[in-house]
Design a protein. Structure first.
Length: 275
């Protein structure tokens, strides 16, 4: 029902009610109801009709006004989000991109491509740039859209990896959303993302297995690949592989981290044990 129709119904219902009552009263009820009693019954009848019919119309009108206020609020929020995303893109994101280009030129000019410290700085800069771009993307989502659940974000990330890098990703995710806190979701997703990108860049394979399961005392998440790997006694934490980033994140969350080579499979394991 449209807003204008409801307003007209609210205005006309009492008038129509009293008009019908007076007609029925004088045409049919006058021999049975005195003038004084009819005058008393008129406001009572209008009140009852108003109570029965107009209450529903008022509630509909209030709901429409509330929806209108919410729409205006969401529109204002969307405008602010788009403005912030544009400022991030035109400011910080562009500056980070230019800094990355200059960093690469500086590394080539001074032959620093194999320097572990230089690679770590480059990787940190790359992560900041990626996080900024992700923040810009998130800001561009309309507030009217239902946000993706965290599990859906995992599946979306896997779909992007398959499409962009032509990887075959086997996902077996058994951790329920309510098992993890908001911070745990952010940190675990970042670790999985870093581990997957590490495999893509260095393992020289086109297959990845991501397995996550709940345990009686917590949960465990494993990222596996059958790439070239490396000896477990010589794990390259500090030469641009990104494993140190995962290790640091896991340490900050008081989780357990391990990486091992079993037969022809490299296994990165992140584990939480409730105490």
């Amino acid at each position: 029902m449209k807003y204008k129709q409801i307003k007209w119904l609210i205005l006309l219902t009492p008038t129509i009610t009293i008009a019908l009552w007076e007609y029925i009263r004088h045409a049919f009820l006058l021999p049975y109801i005195s003038m004084d009693l009819g005058n008393i019954l008129s406001p009572i009848l209008v009140f009852l009709v108003t109570l029965i019919f107009l209450r529903h119309l008022f509630s509909v009108l209030e709901r429409m006004q509330e929806e209108l206020r919410e729409t205006k609020t969401k529109k204002a929020a969307l405008i602010e989000r788009e403005k912030l995303a544009r400022e991030l893109h035109d400011g910080i994101a562009q500056s980070l991109f230019l800094l990355s280009v200059k960093m690469n030129k500086f590394g080539r000019k001074n032959q620093l491509e194999q320097d572990p410290d230089f690679q770590k700085i480059k990787q940190t800069l790359q992560h900041v740039h990626e996080d900024t771009r992700q923040a810009i993307t998130n800001l561009k989502y309309s507030p009217n859209e239902e946000p993706l659940s965290w599990t859906e974000m995992i599946h979306q990330f896997i779909a992007e990896i398959k499409k962009q890098h032509f990887m075959e990703v086997h996902l077996d995710w058994g951790i329920q959303e309510d098992t993890l806190s908001s911070k745990e979701k952010v940190e675990l997703f970042a670790c999985v993302k870093e581990a997957v990108m590490n495999v893509i860049k260095h393992a020289k394979t086109n297959q990845i297995w991501i397995c996550a399961n709940e345990l009686d005392t917590g949960w465990v998440c494993q990222i596996k690949d059958k790439g070239i790997g490396f000896a477990t006694e010589n794990i390259p934490f500090n030469n641009g592989y990104g494993l140190q980033i995962i290790k640091d994140r896991v340490k900050d969350m008081n989780w357990a981290f391990s990486i091992k080579r079993k037969e022809d499979t490299t296994i990165i394991e992140i584990k939480k044990e409730n105490k």
